[in-house]
Design a protein around this ligand. Structure first.
Ligand code: AHR
Length: 508
């Protein structure tokens, strides 16, 4: 949470930090990832058998190390649009008997060489939690129940025994399950109307929770501000459901609401401020959840359903088409946009249950593999800084800064939410450190800023920047990275043009 006071260019900017005013606890799951059977994300990304950089399971060791470095707490799988024709049974059991199938989301062939057990093993190697998305396209409720039983049941039943036969005795206890992916999208195999989806999601949720009442179920929303979101929330944010394995009806049918937004623009400032639309989307989705709870008379004892922003990033699908593997080349401008995205998650922590950058390897990703190594794209660096330091609690801030007043993408941002040149958030970590993230989006102007509330004589400084907003990182040259230094906390701090700065000091 941050409040913003617009000042004119030439006036003195300030950031007032209130370390003792905790706003909300930050869920670590906002640093989640996403791996889809798409382009080179799985095959050639996390899984590359035969490559000297891979382990005995075919998992790329350098990719595992990168996930560990980012401390990714949860990874969504297997799609995305891919999931709408995915049969999980094709991807378990002996590899030589797994069928190859036509893949209709990205128009390819799925060999099923990598499936559920491989993904679970990979999650264990990374030290992350799996989050599975169910096929609500060609898949049936029976398929979904079978997959849940395969992953989570410790009983003497068919699919639990199939898992044992495939070499895994203990259940995987997968906690997070999504009720389909973008079921509203015209590109989707078996696209649904909101009425049909809500009816189906309600019935599926009931049955899935009967089989395993401990799971966290995620409803398929759209952007967070559409009539789809409004309708499906109204129908599915319910607690008075018979058959949730709970005689007293004190359980919620669904636990989180998924939304997706991708931002991009050719011009730097429209690009870097575009994630403000996602922040407004969070606020609107949160209001729709409140509305559904009011209309459905959900008691306050049932925790409010949080938002699962399970696809977010900078992506222009015309520049990097999905069917061609969506290998975006990210610029410094995109890295600043990602900083604004992450600031938004911190500011809106109260409503955020999870967020998953789309995607984690090769496909619209901070991390690119080649046969002989990794490239960390520009957007890797803000992600790393935030994941390392911006945890704990969001704290209150007031930012007085000039505002960008030009064209926005989308246009509705201008009337809905401000676009300050200094986009900020702050946290108080469990280690007692205050962390202040400041993205100076202005490509021409440094800002000398008074930091009210900073009482320390030792401040750690981390800066992500580059020569200009168009620079990219390649295998040959890393033009954007993190520069570390120290500051004595005296006087004003100058935030350089087109940069992300993270200041960190032991709180008072
Ligand atoms: O992340 C790429 C694609 O974008 C996903 O498969 C889909 O859910 C979204 O449209």
């Amino acid at each position: 949470m941050a409040t913003f006071t617009r000042i004119q260019e030439g006036e003195s900017p300030s950031i007032t930090i209130h370390p003792s005013y905790k706003i909300a606890e930050i869920d670590n799951n906002i640093y989640g990832g996403f791996t889809e059977h798409m382009g080179r994300c799985i095959y050639g990304g996390i899984y590359d058998p035969g490559n000297p950089l891979s382990d005995e399971n075919g998992f790329r060791k350098d990719v595992i190390e990168a996930f560990k470095e980012l401390n990714v707490p949860v990874v969504r799988y297997p799609g995305g649009n891919f999931v709408a024709t995915y049969n999980w049974l094709d991807g378990v059991g002996p590899k030589e008997s797994r069928p190859s199938r036509p893949e209709l989301a990205w128009i390819g062939v799925e060999t099923n060489e990598f499936g559920t057990d491989e993904f679970m093993k990979w999650c264990e190697a990374v030290g992350t939690e799996p989050y599975l998305c169910l096929n609500m396209g060609t898949g049936t409720l029976a398929d979904a129940l079978g997959w849940l039983e395969y992953c989570n049941s410790d009983r003497n039943t068919y699919y639990a025994n199939m898992r044992r036969k495939n070499g895994r005795e203990k259940p995987y206890n997968v906690k997070y399950w999504a009720l389909g992916n973008e079921c509203w999208g015209p590109w989707q195999v078996e696209q649904l109307t909101k009425e049909d989806y809500a009816k189906k999601a309600y019935q599926w949720a009931k049955a899935l929770k009967l089989l395993d009442p401990t799971i966290t179920l995620i409803l398929c929303g759209e952007t967070g501000y559409s009539s789809w979101d409004h309708y499906v929330l109204k129908e599915c944010v319910r607690w008075d459901v018979h058959g949730l394995g709970d005689e007293n009806n004190t359980k919620s049918l669904i636990d989180m609401h998924s939304i997706h937004v991708y931002t991009a623009d050719k011009e730097h400032l429209a690009n870097a401020t575009a994630p403000r639309s996602a922040e407004r989307a969070i606020q609107m989705a949160s209001a729709l959840i409140d509305l559904a709870r009011i209309e459905n008379k959900v008691p306050a004892s049932i925790p409010k359903q949080k938002i699962c922003f399970d696809e977010w990033n900078v992506w222009d699908p015309i520049r990097a088409p999905g069917e061609q593997g969506a290998e975006e080349k990210y610029t410094l401008s995109d890295a600043l946009a990602v900083a604004v995205w992450l600031n938004a998650f911190i500011r809106q922590a109260k409503d955020m249950g999870m967020a998953n950058i789309a995607q984690s390897v090769n496909v619209i990703s901070p991390l690119m593999t080649s046969k002989d190594g990794l490239v960390k794209q520009t957007i890797w660096w803000p992600l790393l800084l935030f994941s390392k330091y911006m945890r704990g609690h969001t704290i209150a801030l007031n930012v007085a800064a000039p505002e960008y007043t030009g064209r926005t993408q989308p246009a509705w941002i201008r009337a809905a939410i401000e676009t300050p040149y200094l986009d900020c958030s702050a946290t108080l970590g469990a280690d007692g450190f205050v962390n202040l993230a400041v993205a100076n989006l202005n490509e021409e102007q440094d800002y000398e800023v008074a930091l009210d509330g900073l009482k320390a004589d030792k401040v750690e400084v981390f800066v992500v920047s580059g020569d200009n907003v168009g620079v990219t990182n390649t295998a040959g040259e890393q033009k954007v990275g993190i520069k570390e230094s120290a500051w004595d906390g005296k006087g004003k701090y100058t935030f350089g043009r087109h940069s992300l700065t993270l200041l960190r000091w032991k709180g008072a």
